[in-house]
Each structure stands twice: as structure tokens, then as C-alpha cells.
Design a protein around this ligand. Structure first.
Ligand SMILES: [Zn+2]
Length: 298
């Protein structure tokens, strides 16, 4: 059994499982789970699985080795949610992105004849303090007598609560359904990472193209790889940046061949960078830039 808590106002979800609390932005665990390629048994995302509270529901699959032998129904469910995510939540789905999110959900249901099974989960609501100090102040007043209506109103005058929705779920299918529908109703959209091709929920800038997972076969995150790629694309299109790159590599090679010292290289690269900024700012052509670059002492 797992309790799922949604704080709609702050777009957060909480899980209480095995006496431990997990707190994530709404949809994060769902997206991480459907991003694992169970069909290919590619479990390079072991860390994402281990910290995913949704899997606690899945007794038979709690151990990584057992997930590797996961059955076909489980894979079918995951695939269904991947498709649903693409049609309803994916900002990069060009056709469906022209529709409003609830309309997308309706259109998706018509297209696929509603393959997502619902839930019989009972919902309850808990008010969660949002300004704790005021509530502490109010509740610390010890009053033995029964408060009147007026007393109660006065006591809680400055208090604010968020209404938390609580669901107690027993199967993974229920949890996936609830998480997915919560993303739809909270309008939490996703994108497909241009590096690892997995869904992610953009945080901060909406035009982010990369997720912050560790990229496949790399120690760097997709964002870091994306930034490098962008820099290279930019420098390939800009003659000044291209020349700078070329010269930088040449100098770097000289350090390795011990023709110049590390300190000498450092000093050169500082001046070369300054020159590069000046060249970009003053719209030099690459010939003038090379000429000036050659004048730098090494
Ligand atoms: Zn990625």
C-alpha cells in the first residue's frame, strides 16, 4: 500500500512508503518510471528506479533483477502510458500541441478507445499548513473552555492551509492512472529530451531542450552535453569562434608536447578569450582576428 498526496497549489506530490517520505514536483515519478525501457531490459536508469516510490507498489518487481524479468502486462501498461503521454502531455507533439490539454485528452480517448483503466481509490482531503509560524501561534494558546464561533475565527484569522488530496493505492496501475490524470488536470506538460530521447518535465525555462538525467554512455548530464553541442554548432557557424577553437586546440596540443608550459597556456588562453570577445563585439573578420591572435605572446 502506498499513499499518494497531491498539493495542487504548489504542484507537488508526496509519497509515504515504508515509513519514508518522498517529495517531487507533480508527475516526476510517473515520467521517470515510463522512461525506463523495460521492454529492452535496458536498466541504465537503475538509480531512477531505486528512488522511485511508485515501484514500492509493485511487490514482485521491487528488486532490479525481478524488474528485468518483468511480465508482458506490465510492459503493456507502461507502453499505454507512454502513448498517452505523447498525445496528451508532450509539447513536442506538433499536431496535438495545437489543442488545449483537456481537449487533447478527449481526442486521445477517441483515437485509442480509452485504454487507461481507472481507479476505485477513495480520496480524502487534509489541510496542510502553509504558514507554519502563524498556525503554531494559534494552536499554542491553551484554552480549556469550549471556544465559541467567534473565538475559532479569531484564532485562525492569520492561518493559511493548502488542501492536500490523499489517495491510498494498492496497484501500480492505479498509481499510474492517478499520476497521469493529476498531470492532465494540473496542466503539467512534458518535452522529449533532444539528447536521450526520454520525456522530462521542463523546470524553469520552457524552451529547455535537454533533461538533467545522466546522458547514455556518459558521465555528463543531457543539459551539459546540450550546452556543449550548442556551443559547437554556434562556433561552426561563426568564423571568429571557429578560428578561436582551432587555435585553442593547437595550443592545447603544444602543452601536451611540452612545447609550452601550462602556465604559459593559461596566460595565452586568457588573452585569446579577451581578444575573441573584442573581435565579436567589433565585428572583425576572421583575418584580422587571426592577425591579432598571432601577435599574442606565448
Ligand atoms: Zn536527456
Amino acid at each position: 500500500m502506498l499513499s499518494l498526496y497531491f498539493d495542487n497549489e504548489n504542484k507537488n506530490e508526496y509519497f509515504f512508503v515504508n515509513n519514508e517520505w518522498f517529495s517531487y514536483p507533480i508527475g516526476r515519478s510517473f515520467i521517470d518510471l515510463i522512461s525506463v525501457d523495460f521492454a529492452k531490459r535496458d536498466l541504465s536508469d537503475e538509480s531512477a528506479i531505486k528512488t522511485n516510490p511508485l515501484l514500492a507498489l509493485f511487490k514482485d518487481y521491487m528488486l532490479i533483477n525481478e524488474i528485468k524479468q518483468s511480465n508482458i502486462d506490465f510492459i503493456k501498461t507502461i507502453v499505454n502510458y507512454k502513448i498517452a503521454t505523447d498525445y496528451v502531455l508532450n509539447m513536442d507533439n506538433e499536431d496535438f500541441n495545437s489543442l488545449e490539454i483537456n481537449t487533447r485528452f478527449y481526442a486521445y480517448q477517441e483515437l485509442f478507445n480509452n485504454p487507461l483503466s481507472g481507479t476505485n481509490t477513495v480520496i480524502s482531503h487534509i489541510p496542510k499548513p502553509s504558514n507554519v509560524t502563524e498556525i503554531d501561534k494559534a494552536t499554542s494558546v491553551i484554552d480549556e473552555t469550549l471556544p465559541s464561533e467567534k473565538d475559532i475565527v479569531k484564532k485562525y484569522k492569520n492561518c493559511k492551509f493548502n488542501l492536500i488530496e490523499v489517495y491510498f493505492v494498492t496497484t501500480l496501475e492505479e498509481a499510474l492512472y492517478l499520476s497521469f490524470m493529476k498531470m492532465v488536470s494540473s496542466k503539467v506538460m512534458v518535452k522529449k529530451c533532444k539528447c536521450c530521447d526520454k520525456y522530462f518535465i521542463p523546470e524553469g525555462r520552457i524552451d529547455t531542450e535537454y533533461c538533467n538525467r545522466i546522458a547514455p554512455n556518459s558521465k555528463k548530464t543531457c543539459i551539459e552535453i546540450g550546452a556543449m553541442k550548442k556551443y559547437h554548432e554556434k562556433s561552426n557557424n561563426n568564423p571568429i569562434l571557429k578560428e578561436f577553437q582551432k587555435e585553442y586546440k593547437k595550443m592545447n596540443a603544444r602543452v601536451r608536447l611540452k612545447k609550452i608550459t601550462q602556465a604559459g597556456f593559461y596566460k595565452w588562453s586568457e588573452s585569446a578569450r579577451e581578444l575573441r570577445e573584442l573581435a565579436l563585439k567589433s565585428n572583425w573578420d576572421e583575418f584580422k582576428f587571426i592577425e591579432e591572435l598571432n601577435k599574442l605572446e606565448v
